[in-house]
Every structure is written in C-alpha cells, then in structure tokens.
Design a binder for this molecule. Sequence first.
Ligand SMILES: *Cc1c(COP(=O)(O)O)cnc(C)c1O
Length: 368
Amino acid sequence: MPPEQAVSPPPLPIPISRPWIGPEEKAAVIEVLESGMLAQGPRVAAFEDAFTKLTGARHAIATSSGTTGLHLALMAHGIGPGDEVITSPFTFIASVNTILFTGATPVFADIDEGTFNIDPKAIEAAITPRTRALMPVHLYGQPCDMDEIIALARKHDLAVIEDAAQAVGATYRGRQAGSFGTGVFSLYATKNVMSGEGGMITTDDDHIADQCRLLRNHGMRTRYQYETLGYNFRLTDVLAAIGIAQLGRMPEATMRRRANARFLNVELESVATPAVKEGREHVWHQYTVRVPEGMDRDDAVKRLDAAGIGTGIFYPMGANHFPHVKEVVGEVPTPVTDRVAASVISLPVHPLLEQPDLERIVAAVNAL
Ligand SMILES: *Cc1c(COP(=O)(O)O)cnc(C)c1O
C-alpha cells in the first residue's frame, strides 16, 4: 500500500498542561544530588534571590508549596481568630483554607464578569471593622485591579496578601504581580514556573520577611532555640534547582503562551474568549472561555475530550459553597461567580503546543 493511503493513527490527545523540562533542569537536579546537600541550602537561597530580581521585592522566602506560603504570609501578618480576610470565591480552595487555618474568617467579595477577578466594589461593600487583610487572586495569570485594591487597603489600613500562584511574571501598569503587598507564588507542577511542589513569598517588609523565615523553620533562629510555635514549610535544594532552571525558561515560555492565546482569540468563534483589561500583561496560566447560553458546558467538555482536546474546569463551584467553608460563613450569595463557574472551560495554552495542535483545538471548539 503506498504510504499516502496508509491509515494514520488518531492524533495523540492534547493535554491541558504539560511541564517544559529540558537538559537544564535535569543537569541541575543531578548537580544537587551529587553535592550531597539536599535540604534547604544554597540553591534555595539562589532561587529566592532570583525571585527578588524578578519581582523587584526586597525579600523572597521559598516554601514547600503555594499553600504553605499563603499560610505563612497570613501568620506573619498576625491574622488570627476574630479577623476577617476578604478574598475571591472564584479561586482554588487553598486561598480560603489558609485563611481558615489561621482561625480567621474568609469574607467573599464577588468577581467581575469580564476578568473573573475580585471586584473592588464588592470588596468595599464587604469591609467591616474586623477586616484585617485583602487577598486578591490574580486568576489565570491576569492581575487584579490593583490601583483600586491598594487604595482601599490604604484607606482602611488593611494588609494586602496577593495570591499570585498563577501569575508569575504578570504585570499591572508595568509592575510585577506579587510586588504590591505580600505576594505568594505557587511552583506546583502545572504552574508557569514550577518545581513539582513549592512556593515563594515576596515582600518589601523586613518584619514580615523575618516572621516568614522564622515560622518556616520551627520558630528557630538559633539551632534548637524556639522563639515561637513554628512549622516545617521549607523547600528543598533539589526542587529549588528545578525552579531556577524554570525561571531561565520563563521569558520564552511566557512569549509562547501569549502567542498561543493571541491565535485562539482570533480564531475561536463558538465561545466567548477571555478579556484582558488595559494596563495588564497576562501570562496565560489558563486560557479560559465561556460557553454561550444554551450550550451545555459538561457536554462540550465531553465532546472536546472525544476530539482529543484536554480541558479543565477552573473552578466548577465557588469556594463559599463547600461544606467546610459554609460551616464558617453560612450562605453567601455570589451570583456572578455562580454564573461564571457554570460556563467556563479552560483550553490548552501551554508553551509546548505546536501550530497543528492549535488548529485542532480551534477546529474542535468551533465545531461545538
Ligand atoms: C496552585 C494555587 C494555590 C496553591 O498552590 P500549591 O503550590 O498547589 O499549594 C493557591 N492559589 C491558587 C489560585 C492556585 O492556583
């Protein structure tokens, strides 16, 4: 049979995300293993240094995950029982769980339907005498309305803890996400810069940085002298070495994500493509569309899956609706989040997509 008549196998499914790992990451890991120093050490320090350079923050503190980073940041700001922290209901559960872990109460301000980010007007309406901090979440890699959020924080004397887990390298009016208040990044395997697991806190505040370092390591400054109740939230040198190599790859990876998003924005017709507000450089951790009214979202996901297109639903439900959260906050109406959560689909946008992959995604989505 001539080759052009051979039945070609069906194309491989396109995953929603794929880590970009090259010889740099592999060599860096081997080097650490051969050094015999595996715990928090010189690579963690170098990785922290690289994050201060990236964000412009004075301090960076590496942690075992984004979740433990958020937890430490809240603790360092002295957030605890009786305090309220205002955050977005449309987020990964860790934003909310870390507030709960401190004993504080999460207060939900609904989102802006265009950007999926917390709405500053809803924040203002949610401020009470107990409010101590604002936790905006730069969802999918697009910075929140930071001018309005910082103005509210100043007016009401509130801390700002940015959940920048998805937004490494994103900017708002030229300034890096995570550098407006205390920033927290995630280095989880699917994030734009990853180390498998890990987190990074950034801050200009010497006291906050000191508290984060202290609480990260058993409340211990001098060996076996415990100043306070602390945790083991440290990162390892093996993971820091991967993260450093990933940071080196970030400019190219972000460029590719942006080019992929531009292509999808132009070509997709059957769904509402994501909006980017002026003054922001989105880093496209997720490329998230909304299905039109009358289209069944879950059915659309099934059809895309059958066409070999990986998708994700980030997130299927507002954090306020889960039983362990409701137990604390009761029924909180978040109509915008509820509408959005029922209609979003995230499509592959990762830097390893090739042009034929993008064309397959467009063809499958436009056929919905
Ligand atoms: C990933 C993520 C976290 C948690 O980070 P981990 O490193 O997985 O602990 C927190 N908030 C948001 C918005 C995230 O996407």
